[in-house]
Design a protein around this ligand. Structure first.
Ligand SMILES: Cc1cc2nc3c(=O)[nH]c(=O)nc-3n(C[C@H](O)[C@H](O)[C@H](O)COP(=O)(O)OP(=O)(O)OC[C@H]3O[C@@H](n4cnc5c(N)ncnc54)[C@H](O)[C@@H]3O)c2cc1C
Length: 565
């Protein structure tokens, strides 16, 4: 077995690397998952109403309790009060905490973007001072990058930092916007430009003279979480609170987002499974025409799609964390290992957030009018899930990153995307190979057409990203099934999940390929490229009602997502 590198899934045949999945979690990982899930079920969900009404004292208390049972310190080294466990454990805790959007976002800001900059870039003194308090939940943290004028263009920040004349402080002026946890955080990771041009990061404590926190935003969803602006008016930050080096803040900002995207992907998998179970329970109970909704073919189709999509997101999430853990275990520095899989992190973020939105939308639809009424959890979930497509880099930006990073690695020679000559239609038993070949073909045509100017063709780049993302999802499911199959026969629903996803992904991919090719090519060349795209298209001639039935039965029996033991 070879080991995976970032983006290499496009080049190596499915099954050539062994993938991690929940069936292979260690006993310790399973125990963490159980602890974190129980915490969400017993401590968080019963208090959903209070949380939604912005009971921040309760949120603080919950963070402290989560700290007590070790959920806040998974990524914090043991020497600084955490447990320093693998990224897979970190992701499975992210999944388990995602049963309520407001809590999930609060927890995520604390453990990921609010803590990891200090874990990875802090001095020993900074780590000793802040990490034990953050891992225990005694202190709450936040991450302040976005400004009113700069969101996606984060490096366009206007907040400035200058050193005071006595050299003892950094003096910050400017403002930040949409900062999660800001209403009650004790410590902020703040990005500002030293002397107006050197993008840098600072640790800023609440109570710093010159720092004020603005009013809570009134939001569409995740209403129980805190989101406020920060205002810096000659805010005096001790000189030792510079995080990392002057002018290297972009390294901190972007590296932290990679892990944030992975955790977001794993997180939405938790919400997807919860609402799959909710939809299944409702469909079993609600009758129309003297028949439970569960018995209608269109209900079964929704449940089937929900299960297949949840399986896809879960498969991508733990496969990626498994690759990262493998690289770390072989001696690679943690941050480098995470960066290696930055393409996969962006894929997981985009696919996870979009499939989750689709799933919750289906769940609302299945509830009919009740799905539109606040009393039902699915109404809140519908509002809550939407943010996932906006933060941690919008899905547009992440789509650009997927193809942009692939091309960058190809140019650097670390990923031989264009070494293979003409891509051949792959054997019929692995339709995912055709998907990869299609993505590579479109990329090659676009690079030949546009050269360096490809960056200006966002529609082409995004269309290709869509094909690549579907390929990663499908290959992750297929690789997982192949590994499982070595030990025992596969449950039929896992096979059906791949079949359903294959036909959906191929239909999307052909449409995307046509868009990309029509924008990149003309005349006879275009005709030839379109024929090639058509030749790579796979449609599995399976009876959709039969595959839906296999998946829906698995959901019905498990009352939601099937147990993976
Ligand atoms: C509830 C909530 C919590 C948040 N928490 C935090 C936090 O804790 N810390 C923090 O720093 N930030 C936080 N954010 C901010 C969030 O990360 C930004 O809103 C996000 O990055 C998008 O920036 P923007 O809102 O300025 O949108 P813009 O960047 O203005 O984007 C607007 C639209 O244009 C598109 N667009 C922008 N640039 C391009 C381009 N080059 N090509 C194609 N399309 C483009 C975007 O994809 C988007 O669809 C939070 C936001 C919300 C709503």
């Amino acid at each position: 077995m070879s080991s995976a590198r970032g983006g290499s899934f496009l080049l190596s045949p499915v099954g050539s690397v062994e993938v991690m999945s929940p069936e292979f979690f260690s006993a310790e990982q399973k125990a963490f998952f159980e602890t974190a899930s129980r915490f969400s079920r017993e401590e968080v969900l019963p208090k959903a109403e209070r949380i939604e009404h912005k009971d921040f004292a309760l949120l603080r208390e919950l963070l402290r309790k989560a700290g007590e049972v070790g959920l806040l310190g998974i990524d914090v080294p043991e020497a600084h009060g955490g447990s320093g466990l693998e990224k897979t454990t970190s992701l499975l805790v992210a999944e388990a905490k995602s049963m309520l959007g407001s809590w999930s976002v609060t927890f995520g800001a604390q453990t990921c973007i609010g803590t990891l900059p200090i874990v990875f870039f802090g001095s020993e003194a900074q780590k000793a001072k802040y990490l034990p308090k953050l891992a225990s939940g005694e202190w709450v943290s936040a991450y302040a990058l976005t400004e009113s004028g700069s969101g996606s263009d984060a490096l366009g920040a206007k907040t400035r930092a200058v050193k005071s004349s006595d050299g003892k402080h950094w003096v910050l002026n400017g403002s930040k916007q949409y900062i999660t946890n800001a209403g009650f955080a004790d410590v902020f990771i703040v990005f500002a430009k030293v002397d107006g041009n050197l993008f840098s990061a600072f640790i800023v404590e609440r109570g710093t003279p010159g720092l004020s926190v603005g009013p809570e935003e009134k939001k569409m969803g995740i209403r129980g979480s805190s989101t406020c602006p920060l205002i810096f008016e000659d805010a005096k930050v001790p000189v030792e609170n510079l995080l990392g080096e002057v002018g290297r803040g972009h390294k901190i900002a972007f590296n932290i987002l990679n892990l944030g995207r992975l955790k977001l992907g794993a997180g939405v998998a938790g919400g997807m499974k919860l609402h799959l179970a909710g939809a299944a329970a409702y469909a079993a109970e609600r009758k129309q025409f003297n028949t439970p909704l569960m018995r209608f073919g269109l209900t079964r189709e929704k449940l089937a799609r929900m299960l297949a999509d949840s399986y896809a997101v879960e498969s991508m999430a733990y496969r990626t964390s498994g690759h990262i853990d493998e690289l770390i275990a072989s001696g690679t520095e943690t941050l480098t290992a995470i960066e290696e899989f930055a393409i996969e992190a962006s894929i997981l973020k985009v696919m996870g957030s979009e499939l989750a939105c689709q799933l919750i939308d289906d769940a609302v639809q299945l509830h009919g009018g009740y799905g539109y009424i606040e009393e039902y959890a699915v109404e809140r979930a519908y509002r809550d899930v939407r943010i996932n497509r906006i933060f941690e880099g919008t899905n547009e930006i992440n789509r650009m990153l997927v193809t942009g990073m692939l091309l960058k690695r190809a140019m650097k020679g670390t990923l031989g995307l264009f070494d293979g000559g003409e891509t051949k239609p792959a054997p019929a038993d692995a339709p995912v190979e055709n998907l990869k070949a299609l993505g590579l073909h479109c990329l090659k045509v676009a690079v030949e057409a546009f050269g360096q100017a490809i960056e200006e063709h966002q529609v082409v780049l995004a269309s290709i990203a869509d094909i690549v993302m579907d390929a990663y999802a499908l290959e992750s499911m297929e690789a997982r099934n192949r590994r499982l199959q070595k030990a025992k026969p596969l449950e039929p629903w896992r096979v059906a999940a791949v079949q359903v996803f294959t036909n959906a992904a191929h239909a999307r991919a052909l449409a995307s390929a046509r868009r990309a090719l029509c924008a990149s090519s003309k005349g006879d060349a275009l005709d030839a490229h379109l024929k090639r795209a058509q030749a790579l298209q796979v449609y599995l001639p399976v009876d959709p009602e039969a595959t839906n039935e296999v998946l829906a039965q698995a959901v019905e029996q498990a009352r939601g997502y099937p147990s993976l033991d």
